[in-house]
Design a protein around this ligand. Sequence first.
Ligand code: ADP
Ligand code: ZN
Length: 515
Amino acid sequence: MEAREVLKLYFGYDQFRPGQEEIISHVLAKRDTVVLMPTGGGKSVCYQVPGLVMPGITVVVSPLIALMKDQVEALLGNGVNAAYLNSSQSAKEQQQVEQQCFNGQLKMLYVSPEKLLSVGFFSFLKSLKINLFAIDEAHCISAWGHDFRPEYLQLKNLKLQFPEVPVIALTATADRLTQRDILTQLYLQDPKVFISSFDRPNIYLQVQPGQKRMEAILDFLEQRPFQPGIIYCLSRKATESLANKLKEKGFNADYYHAGMSARDRERVQEKFLQDNVQIMCATIAFGMGIDKSNVRWVIHYNLPKNLESYYQEIGRAGRDGASAEALLFYSFADVMTLRDIINQGENKEQALAHAKLDRMQQFAESTSCRRKTLMHYFGEEYPKDCGNCDICDNPPTSFNGTEYAQKILSAVARTQESVSAAQVVDILRGSRNQQSLSRGYDKLKTFGVGRDVAPQDWQRYIHQLINLGMLDIAYEEHGALKLNNGSKEVLFNGKNVELVKFQPVDPKEEKEKRQ
Ligand code: ADP
Ligand code: ZN
């Protein structure tokens, strides 16, 4: 049977979604494949259809037992012989599934990574006719990602033990570093990476200063009567007090957080889904697996801890494709709170968490198209401005910053792309500190060429270049700045760079507001 017939017969769809068909034919050619597709994009079909087209059984590695169950039930409902193996089953249940595999009755077997790595499992797999390995949630292999699972590192053995079986790795979250980890850690052979755009062009992106957010929210809500939306807060207490304040003002609001009983959570969630509650004040616990297509807006009362979370959360708006809005409140106080939280956490994860928060902060302070900044972060090319964000609507006045950009980029080049933003600032400012002297930076041609610009302004121009996609930052090398194709345009082809003088939030005024 052909792919299209399988899609119709088992899944009832007439057409592939953008990207799916290309991916499937690549898999059918027995090539290794990486799929980056946003949640809801239709990743499962990308391995289920080729798995059904080819003779033999497909083995799917999936980290979440609950999801595994759902998938298998859905497949069985569609007439596909599927089963799963994981630690939640009794020995007898597992034996039955293994027997079905031996008998060639199954087309699709879901296994947890623990099960896959258990003693004797590989020799069991060797006795089967496997047509494809699918690795779901493949970002779990990367320590850089937010969901690292050490067992995933062992998945390289699939390729080592079964070099002739193609592998397809799928994920909805992968910045550039995670992408690279997926490719290298799985030992994929000449893989092709398929990136479906992560862009959600119907969501209007907007950032406002956090000083008077309560007034701003009331204003916002008054202009959007009856539109369902979510307000994300950092703390449980804040969700409750915000919901109560809104109720006092006559709005139909409720709250949701992980400290509530399962029953209460289910009750308010259901009310929101049924449009009986308009405004949900919630912690990030709210929204996972909730499928409500008509959420019209998402407000971040507090700054999220990184861009992955931000993007996931605003992605809950406008799933129906109609226009939607994302409003983020940004305050210096929130940044300090988040830094405190990070410092209380696990030591070895702190540097990475701070680096990710830096990027979140840079986004909030962005002076160029917000969508461009986001898409660059997720490793997508985004050459034009989006026309659907606050910056595009209201561009800050810029000046020709080509010379500044060239100074920054040549300092990066002359230090062999080994120095951080702070060190570049030191070099440009000609600071004779120990590090500059011991490494001989004072002998560089760029040393001290930027004394006329204040250090914090240099810092901002560097951030702007990163947001513009003209400079990269390597967190795995202590934040070393790296040149990319955009930088080369500036350095060697004389490309013009527009920079903006940024007006920072006043930390003093902020402090008084900090609860
Ligand atoms: P992901 O794993 O990427 O989050 P799923 O594989 O769960 O997404 O697919 C999301 C939804 O889209 C599912 O309801 C799925 O049945 C549906 N879907 C997938 N492919 C198609 C298609 N070609 N046509 C219509 N619906 C599709
Ligand atoms: Zn824009």
